[in-house]
Design a protein around this ligand. Structure first.
Ligand SMILES: [Zn+2]
Length: 576
């Protein structure tokens, strides 16, 4: 059948008119690529002139409708392998109004400027255009609808990552990716400062990047001309509470399938390449993890990474990496780890026949008269409370191991942590090998969060901006908005992560933590614990963490679990 015309009303709603007077309802983002005269194949069970979103399938050169979608299970592995937890997800092209509203909300976390408004809305009642970061109410009382996400182009298409199984307080959309045709021109700045014009066209066949979307007043006409063999990932944004979960890399991976299977964004020509221009890639390896290779910097100094989809593209890319002197030097790699390894404890921690009691003195000073009378009636005047926490306890913690102290609240986990911090035992010996120690015991030993923006604070602590960014990324506080946020602007889960970042910035050989995830919901506590465990393993930090939460215990996957209670220690080594 032939396409006779198209109408694009919104990104989530458009119509296409086919020969035989059949009207297809679809998203505007799909409809905008169909030109009058295009030949398409329609499949439907219905014999009627107007077909809704779910009532047909359409093919052109590639499948065009229903929109691209993939169900995914994303397994988070523990630091030593094995499943820590999993996400049930659906990655699909954005198609509902609510999808685009979620994208606009997520965009706020990406933009680094407070003044920059991320979306334009339009009031259908009075026709006024409103700029706002989340759905505004018009002064006329009308309910605004999302017109455009700023920074996107009429050629952009969006992939969203939907959480299929979620708790009521978890977001529905965890992240999104924006896919565009190539930008019209791209020049290279060499490390010695020279400018090389149209660098992509020197590495790959020039027609792969042309004709592209040039914008302008008549954007429908501009879209009709786009026919490239490359696609550009223009944005990957993950919800700030779900960073460092591998979801960004997952979105990129699904986008590669989308481009491969459907020739997205325009669906007119088989694609050879996907590329991205991403300053973030210097500090975060998620594009490289998926298989992207770094080739060069743009004229404004931003790195460009490419993923070849065809053998031909791979040959051009490898040839450039071999022949270009600058590319030969970096070998296609951009990200460099800078946190590295700590020195590590010089020997094991040992407790030998340790006795330690907990004492507190109760008296009635300073109480209200009535309370004092009641307590006196119970026979409480002044009482010394004494309890043996450890009675002849032995323990050995080898360097670079992960230890969880488990047990009921008040069983003595904190007392044991205090011994490891150097508080003397009542009897027996505690042998501490030395090394740099960092600790968090709420209300007793805390690194003040301060008021400086996160990155500034970590930079001052570590003296190296790359390492500071790496620590923030590793605890899941990655992106420019969070880098410049102040601690008081963070959510509880993010603040917990920043606390860990501050402890890790000290590059400790031994890290002691007491109930660090106490105020977090189950999924957040698990995510924070998994990130902490992985980083300690990689860096060689000995971790002793007290927790009574099974999900934290499980996500840390410790070498030793030490059950504390009733005077004794029961040590259970990790299975397997
Ligand atoms: Zn209005």
């Amino acid at each position: 059948m032939r396409v006779l015309g198209r109408r694009v009303y919104w990104r989530w709603y458009g119509e296409v008119l086919l020969s035989g007077n059949v009207v297809l309802r679809m998203t505007g983002d799909a409809a905008k690529w169909l030109c009058p005269g295009d030949s398409v194949r329609l499949s439907t069970e219905f014999k009627k002139p107007l077909l809704g979103f779910d009532e047909y399938a359409l093919w052109g050169r590639f499948p065009l409708w229903p929109p691209f979608a993939k169900d995914l299970e994303h397994v988070r592995e523990g630091p030593l392998g094995g499943e820590a937890y999993r996400y049930r997800l659906r990655a699909r092209e954005a198609q509902f109004e609510a999808d685009f509203e979620a994208i606009a909300e997520l965009e706020q976390y990406h933009y680094a400027s407070e003044k920059e408004v991320v979306a334009l809305w339009v009031c259908p009642r009075c026709g006024q255009t409103l700029a706002a970061n989340s759905k505004p109410l018009c002064q006329c009382g009308g309910e605004a609808r999302l017109k455009e996400i700023k920074g996107s182009t009429p050629a952009s298409r969006f992939l969203v990552l939907e959480l299929k199984e979620r708790l009521p307080f978890e977001p529905r959309i965890l992240g999104y990716l924006r896919l565009d045709p190539p930008i019209p021109r791209m020049h290279r700045r060499t490390p010695d400062g020279r400018l090389e014009r149209d660098i992509r066209e020197r590495i790959f066949p020039p027609d792969w990047f042309h004709p592209t979307f040039e914008g302008g007043e008549d954007w429908e006409k501009a879209l009709d001309q786009v026919e490239t063999a490359a696609a550009r990932i223009a944005r990957v944004v993950v919800h700030p509470d779900y960073r460092s979960e591998g979801l960004g890399a997952l979105l990129v991976q699904v986008a590669l399938d989308w481009v491969r299977e459907r020739g997205a964004p325009e669906g007119r020509r088989a694609k050879h390449l996907v590329y991205t221009i991403a300053q973030m890639a210097r500090y975060h390896p998620f594009f490289e993890k998926v298989g992207f290779r770094y080739l060069f910097d743009t004229a404004s100094g931003r790195p460009v990474l490419f993923y070849p989809l065809s053998e031909e593209a791979k040959e051009h890319l490898e040839h450039f990496l071999k022949e270009d002197p600058y590319a030969r030097a970096h070998g296609g790699r951009l990200f460099q780890k800078s946190y590295g390894q700590v020195a590590g404890l010089p020997g094991p921690i040992r407790l030998e026949d340790v006795y330690k009691g907990y004492r507190s003195l109760l008296d009635l000073k300073g109480l209200s008269l009535e309370v004092e009378e009641v307590l006196s009636a119970f026979g409480v005047k002044a009482r010394r409370v004494e309890r043996a926490v450890l009675r002849g306890a032995d323990l050995e913690v080898p360097p670079r191991s992960l230890v969880v102290l488990a047990g009921a609240s008040g069983a003595g986990k904190t007392t044991l942590l205090r011994l490891l911090l150097g508080e003397p035992p009542d009897a027996g010996r505690v042998l501490l090998p030395g090394g740099r120690v960092a600790a968090y015991i709420p209300g007793e030993v805390e690194v003040p969060l301060g008021e400086l923006p996160l990155l500034e604070r970590l930079y001052r602590e570590m003296g190296e901006v790359r390492a500071a960014i790496e620590v923030l990324n590793r605890v899941g506080l990655s992106d420019a908005v969070l880098y410049r946020a102040r601690p008081q602007e963070l959510s509880t889960g993010q603040r917990e992560r920043f606390r860990l970042a501050l402890l890790l910035a000290l590059r400790p050989d031994l890290l002691l933590i007491d109930e660090f995830a106490a105020h977090l919901d189950v999924p957040t506590a698990r995510r924070v614990a998994l990130g902490l465990g992985k980083l300690c393993r990689e860096a060689g930090i000995t971790l002793v963490a007290a927790t009574h939460r099974p999900e934290v215990h499980q996500a840390l996957d410790p070498d030793l679990t030490v059950f504390v209670g009733y005077g004794g220690l029961v040590v259970v080594p990790r299975k397997g």
